[in-house]
Design a protein around this ligand. Structure first.
Ligand SMILES: Nc1ncnc2c1ncn2[C@@H]1O[C@H](COP(=O)(O)OP(=O)(O)OP(=O)(O)O)[C@@H](O)[C@H]1O
Ligand SMILES: [Mg+2]
Length: 222
């Protein structure tokens, strides 16, 4: 149960020729590991997270999750792999405004037919209780505070019991108190679920809460 990144390069084609953002990135994380990724704006943190999350392809090198390279899968299977194995939390919550809190958390499960509706709903309610929102499940995102919305996003990221939990600036839009509490929540749930957690952040406070920090510098992870 591990994430292994080997000799990863990423170039983006631009009008002035290819822009190399990542070069020779290596990383191994095992179940239960948690990592903070820091680095200046534009250094390639989100790019790295997107590739590890299979949202973007590497230019060269390999990514393996649980022993297989997801990029060898055709797109429909890759989408299913991503949906089931990887949970995302972004800076913006990306909740659907027309769906309730409970519906938003259940959303990722709607594409896989075999999970029973009652089981999914039970687990969604449990997750919402764990993030402290059991009293708000019928509310709409517009009725919640920024910190509460981000809690819903965390619950939604965990509904499929992902092996890999990825967060890109999860506390970037929050005040200090909410930022600390979302950070703690991510860490607590990561420990309870024993998944792999990678958090991209500009916040030294958040990085300090994680056991290990690396930095993207000159395209490399150091
Ligand atoms: N699709 C793209 N096409 C061309 N260049 C891109 C593309 N996506 C990202 N880049 C470039 O890659 C570099 C890294 O971007 P990235 O978003 O990974 O930075 P970041 O470290 O997450 O920055 P921030 O801290 O500001 O979020 C930037 O110079 C950016 O302009
Ligand atoms: Mg970024």
């Amino acid at each position: 149960m591990s994430l292994i990144v080997q000799n990863l390069d990423k170039d983006f084609p631009t009008r002035n020729g290819p822009l190399t953002v990542l070069r020779g990135v290596n990383l191994t994380l095992n179940r239960g590991d948690a990592l903070a990724v820091m680095g200046p704006s534009g250094s390639g943190k989100s790019t790295l997270l997107h590739i590890v999350g299979t949202l973007d392809q590497p230019s060269r090198g390999t990514v393996s999750l649980e022993g297989s390279n997801p990029f060898t899968l055709p797109e429909p299977q890759l989408a299913e792999f991503r949906n089931r194995r990887i949970g995302f939390v972004f800076q913006d919550h990306h909740l659907l405004p027309q769906c309730t809190v409970l519906e938003n958390v259940i959303l990722p499960t709607l594409v896989n037919s075999e999970s029973k509706k009652e089981d999914v709903e039970k687990y969604a309610r449990e997750l919402l209780e764990r993030v402290g929102l059991s009293q708000r499940i019928t509310h709409y995102p517009a009725e919640l505070s920024g910190g509460e919305r981000q809690r819903v996003a965390v619950a939604r990221a965990l509904i499929q019991k992902p092996v890999l939990l990825l967060a890109d600036e999860p506390t970037g839009n929050l005040d200090r108190k909410n930022a600390e509490s979302i950070g703690q929540l991510l860490i607590d749930l990561h420990k309870q679920e024993n998944n792999i957690l990678v958090v991209v952040t500009h916040s030294a406070d958040l990085a300090k809460m994680l056991p290990r920090t690396m930095e993207v510098r000159d395209g490399q992870l150091v």
